[in-house]
Each structure stands twice: as structure tokens, then as C-alpha cells.
Write a protein that binds this ligand. Structure first.
Ligand code: PEP
Ligand code: MG
Length: 310
């Protein structure tokens, strides 16, 4: 199947009846970006900017940030790239963003929350991203991590547009954001579902703990239901709903997500051929049927079985 699949992946994500789903690369460095292009990614659905600065002792100034972003964006000239603003805190501490001791870092001041006290930091990053976009010709949009309310999304969108960035979205990583999909999508142009964190917060199960991996299984029906609610809200508004967590890299699940109405899948570049091949094995109505069956299951194994198809 792998060989047949490889032959059928031609760099355009599509079901067997021609329904298009953008297949994108997750990137954090220029090397990742080149790997994404080599794997025929149609663009990037997640550029993790914090990866550029893991060793920086002080905040890089706008010029240094522009250079760092441009180096990653350059291979994607003419292609869409979703640049995520700094997602520091919890599992990704940044030395220059001293957040202080917190009893529960995953529930603390992380992601966009850092910017509420220090909006100047966000504004400098947005300015640098806009400059790097203009310089490289990548079709850049921005999104914010760790959103809990539509008001936070609106606050971010206003600052991003003020910096000259036209397409603005947010990540959906909290159950609160997923449950208020309608209001969230009214505040921004698109959303992208971070299934790694969305699973962690939905199941109250630390994503770093191997002992809880079964709860963080992306086939959990509860997670699929949150994704279904987001996809429905997006379809109603004609606004894109992507997935950029690990779930997108599971070939069978990628088809189920497509059946739920997700419009793009962003993943480790190495996963693109298998996902592209799996997607092309069934029609959209078949994937929709698989998605309904998975939603009705009571556990991850049942969801996998139910989506198994013919
Ligand atoms: C996620 O949470 O699913 C995600 C894509 O972001 P990160 O893994 O960087 O937290
Ligand atoms: Mg996340």
C-alpha cells in the first residue's frame, strides 16, 4: 500500500473524487522549511517561531527577528505560511521571557497570555513578521497560540491588522475555544486546531507524561466531537479550519478529519506522502461516513475500527 500510495501522491491533497484539502508542513527552522518543500508541501500551516529563539538570552530586536523569520520563509516564496506568534511557557520555556515560578505551568501564563501584560513584545514580533513576509514573498498569515475566549482572539486580530498583516487566525487548543467556535470564527479569518494541547486540556492529561498517552490519543471521540463543532462553524461561515497537531499526521485520521470538514492538515514533512496517499483512497462521502462512525464510537479503538471502511 505504501508503494502504491507514494505513486499517487503528487503534491496536491485530494480525496479520490477531487475534494481538495491543503497538505502543509509544520516548520521551525530553515532546514524544516527546505524539508517541507522537498516533500511537496503546499505551504506551511504552522511555523513555530519560538524555535528560532530557544537559546536567546535577551529578546532579539525587530531586525534580528526579521532576519530569522525571513530565513525560514524564503523557501516558501509564493506559498502560504501560517506564522504562529511566540508560544513560550510550559513545555517550551524561552530564557528571555521570564515568566516566573508557577505551580501549574501548563495552566499558567503561556502562549498569547504573555502578551496581555507585555503587548509591546507582541507588536515587535508582528512588525518583524510583516517585514519578513514582504521581503520573501511568502503569503504570510499569523495566528496566536493558547486562546481561551473570542475576546482574546479579537484583541490579537486588531494588533495583527494594525501591524499590516491581513489574514489573522488563532489556534484552538483549549476546550473553551472549541466550544465557542462560532464566536471565535466571527473574530478571525481562520482557526487551526492544535490537537496536542487540545487533547491535553480536554482530558486534563499532561501531554509530556507517557503514562497518560492513552488519554491523549487523537482518536478519542471527545476530541473528535470538539473538532466536529469547529469544522461545522467554519463550513457555515466559509472560513478555513485547519489541524496542525500530531493528529494530522495519522493517515487514516487525516481522512476522518477531512470528513468532519477540516480544510487543511499541517504535519511533519515526513508524514506528507502517507497522508496524501491515504486521503486519495476514498471519496469525500466515504470519509464523511467514516467520520460519523468514528464520532459515534465510545473509545479510540472503536473509533479506529469504525473508520476502517471497506
Ligand atoms: C498543538 O498543541 O497541537 C500544536 C500544534 O502546538 P505545539 O505542539 O507547538 O504546542
Ligand atoms: Mg500547542
Amino acid at each position: 500500500a505504501a508503494t502504491r500510495g507514494r505513486a499517487r501522491w503528487n503534491g496536491v491533497g485530494t480525496t479520490s473524487d477531487g475534494h481538495r484539502v491543503k497538505l502543509l508542513a509544520n516548520i521551525g527552522s530553515a532546514a524544516d522549511a527546505r524539508a517541507g518543500i522537498a516533500a511537496d508541501a503546499e505551504g506551511s500551516g504552522l511555523f513555530r517561531t519560538e524555535f528560532c529563539f530557544l537559546d536567546a538570552a535577551a529578546e532579539p530586536d525587530v531586525e534580528a527577528q526579521r532576519g530569522a523569520y525571513a530565513a525560514v520563509l524564503e523557501p516558501f516564496a509564493g506559498k502560504p505560511v501560517v506564522v504562529r506568534t511566540l508560544d513560550a511557557g510550559a513545555d517550551k520555556p524561552l530564557p528571555f521571557l521570564a515568566i516566573g515560578e508557577e505551580p501549574n505551568p501548563a495552566l499558567g501564563v503561556r502562549g498569547l497570555r504573555v502578551a496581555f501584560d507585555r503587548p509591546d513584545l507582541l507588536d515587535r514580533q508582528l512588525t518583524a513578521i510583516a517585514a519578513a513576509a514582504a521581503e520573501t514573498g511568502a503569503e504570510v498569515s499569523v495566528m496566536a497560540p493558547m486562546i481561551a475566549t473570542a475576546a482574546e482572539a479579537a484583541w490579537f486580530a486588531e494588533r495583527a491588522r494594525a501591524a499590516g498583516i491581513e489574514r489573522v487566525g488563532v489556534m484552538v487548543e483549549t476546550p473553551a475555544a472549541a466550544l465557542t467556535a462560532d464566536a471565535l470564527l466571527d473574530a478571525v479569518d481562520f482557526v487551526s486546531i492544535g490537537t496536542n494541547d487540545l487533547a491535553q486540556y480536554t482530558f486534563a492529561a499532561d501531554r509530556m507524561l507517557g503514562a497518560l498517552a492513552a488519554l491523549n490519543d487523537p482518536w478519542q471521540p471527545a476530541l473528535l466531537r470538539l473538532i466536529a463543532n469547529l469544522a461545522r462553524a467554519g463550513l457555515e461561515r466559509g472560513k478555513p479550519v485547519g489541524v496542525c497537531g500530531e493528529a494530522a499526521a495519522d493517515p487514516q485520521l487525516a481522512g476522518v478529519l477531512t470528513g468532519l470538514g477540516v480544510t487543511s492538515l499541517s504535519m511533519n514533512p515526513a508524514a506528507l506522502p502517507a497522508v496524501g496517499a491515504a486521503l486519495a483512497e476514498r471519496t469525500l462521502p466515504d470519509w464523511q461516513q467514516a467520520a460519523r462512525s468514528a464520532l459515534a464510537a465510545t473509545d479510540p479503538a472503536g473509533a479506529r475500527r469504525a473508520a476502517g471502511g471497506r
